[in-house]
Design a protein around this ligand. Sequence first.
Ligand code: PLP
Length: 425
Amino acid sequence: MQLSMRGREMTRLSGIRSIMEDIATADAAGPRTTANLSPGNPCHIPEVVATWEQLVRETLDEQFCETSTRYGPSRGTPALVEAVVAYFNAAYGWSIRPENVLVGPGSQLLSFIATTLFTGQDEYGDIRRLVLPRTPDYAGYQGLSLDHAGIVGVEPKVSLEGERFFRYRLDIDAVQRLDGIGMMLLSNPSNPSGSTIDTTELTELIAVAKRHDAPLVIDHAYGEPFPRIAPSDIKPVLHSHVINLFTLSKAGLPAERIAFAIGPAHLIDPMVSFVANSVLHAPQLLQATVARALAKGDIDTLTAQHITPCYTAKRALAERLLAESLPAAVNWRLHSGERGMFCWLLVDHHWFDDLEFYGTLKRNGVFIVPGRHFFTPPLTTPFLRAHATRCFRLSLSPNEDELADGIRRLSAILGGLVPDSSGRG
Ligand code: PLP
């Protein structure tokens, strides 16, 4: 059977598909043989797991029949929508109402819905594209568009910090020069680098969004108000052109597929229709569980007492292990930041290729994510050719032993790649 053009676009072997396959391979091989530093799974924090388990148990005992045995509203259960409204109004002094909220089965799907609604061919035949204003950004964004070449990634500005660090910044001039913007999307703080836009950059992006009458979608998966895995320079904002995405995945429930969008009703409404037409609604047992966590304040306790401290410690450990283990002769740099779910590394040598490195590591039971998956193809500009293929991402979610083992094995393999005559690229 022939695939349609959209079918072909959706079946491309995107970075996210290969990450999902690596998760399955590493899980099947077992932790003793592999060091899986690839997935964006949250850390296994005993107190976080225990709290969710307890909340799910309470919901199961008290609300199974009303939640799991009947269909519900596409916007989300009234209990969760009300809990989101109350939580965000209290946290940010907003006055949002249920029409500003949509619950969905994961923010990946919410991003896909927004991309499908706001990009593509418009009624005048013009193409409006998905713009990622600051790449590298979450690999899962690269598979969102149903249109061929429907995504534009804007290259960042790069500044080097000392011997071993570097940092990305948004290139707002490049964003302002773009035309045909249908929607802008960025994770903030960013997966993979942890970089964050500041208030001035947010204001500038909103001005671009207004000029194109296109939504700016801000994905707070790692940031405010929970799970605060990485620090953010901005708080979520309410604006006629902004949609905010929040997920429970990084706060401990990645497999349960619960996320929500908050924005103006004229942007949220079409997304509710899309949910109705595609998946009907998000799973309700877990919606009830999350409503409890928001209403009782458990989510804030987990964030402040367990999640944020865990990633602060993990990041410090990873920085120490990297500094101790990575070959001194290699010009490697880490994206700076005080915490986050990932370490984003640059190996700035012409002999380094992220895909080859990934393949060699994989054959040796170590999983990472190649840098190019976080940039928008084709990687034809001089910057992308040199930079995107010299980066890779390590996840901090494995336990400390697996993390240490993975970093040591990876460092040894990297050391073996250094050419004999000259280490400098
Ligand atoms: N957004 C970002 C920035 C992510 O890193 C991820 C997962 O890694 C997601 C969204 C996916 O979130 P969800 O599990 O809610 O679909």
